[in-house]
Design a protein around this ligand. Structure first.
Ligand code: ZN
Length: 220
């Protein structure tokens, strides 16, 4: 696997690539656009490390499996083990923050939901998690005050702000750690705001995180 975590200056980060822990339904506007039922319990799922690719290079999407949707999300890079921790213990174990696309086979997901089956295929396929470089936590300020966006072919498709999260980064990771031990090099995806939609081969993408990350890439 050639993927390696990098900082936004292009330096390798000495952490292995681990699993990707994700939360669904963490922004009200996305829950509304999906007509999703909500519950008090958080919706967690995992992508395997084979889903991760660097977003800075053109990336591939499946072409025979129906719609592939963008979900632009704040990504958290973990640097220390976390097991059954409180929210107050989380941020000291965070290396930094970047952006990720939680690519989703939406037609497949719909079919699986209707059958009452798990989502692995729709969320965990090879290449399902293009990930940016990372900004060290101390260089970024308050993680709950970060604007981020996705443009597709020059048009604004997603505009989020981490202040709109239903669960904060610390709450998400604390809750995840009650079930799953997080290890150095793991990633946490924190949910998508509204604006999910299909990506197609040849699409030109621009992603931004605060005034720190500006990424231009494309779908191969
Ligand atoms: Zn997502």
């Amino acid at each position: 696997m050639s993927y390696q975590h990098q900082d936004y200056r292009g330096q390798s980060i000495e952490l292995p690539l681990g699993k990707v822990l994700c939360i669904g339904q963490n922004y009200q506007d996305h829950i509304a656009e999906m007509n999703s039922k909500t519950a008090a319990e958080a919706l967690f799922f995992i992508k395997p490390n084979t889903a991760v690719v660097a977003i800075h290079q053109p990336f591939s999407i499946p072409d025979q499996l129906g719609a592939v949707h963008n979900e632009t999300e704040l990504a958290v890079l973990i640097k220390a083990p976390l097991s059954k921790v409180t929210p107050e213990q989380v941020l000291d174990a965070v290396w930094g923050y970047g952006l990720a696309l939680d690519l989703t086979l939406r037609d497949q997901q719909k079919k699986l939901k209707e059958l009452g089956r798990p989502w692995e295929i729709a969320k965990g396929f090879d290449g399902a998690c293009p990930v940016s470089s990372f900004i060290a936590a101390h260089e970024l300020g308050d993680v709950q005050q970060l604007a981020f966006s996705l443009k597709v072919n020059g048009e604004l498709r997603q505009q989020g702000d981490t202040s709109m999260m239903i669960r904060s980064v610390s709450q998400i990771i604390s809750e995840m750690s009650q079930f799953f031990t997080l290890l150095p090099g793991d990633l946490v995806l924190t949910g998508t705001p509204a604006g999910v939609g299909p990506l197609n081969s040849g699409d030109q993408l621009e992603l931004a995180l605060a005034d720190k990350l500006h990424i231009k890439t494309s779908v191969r």
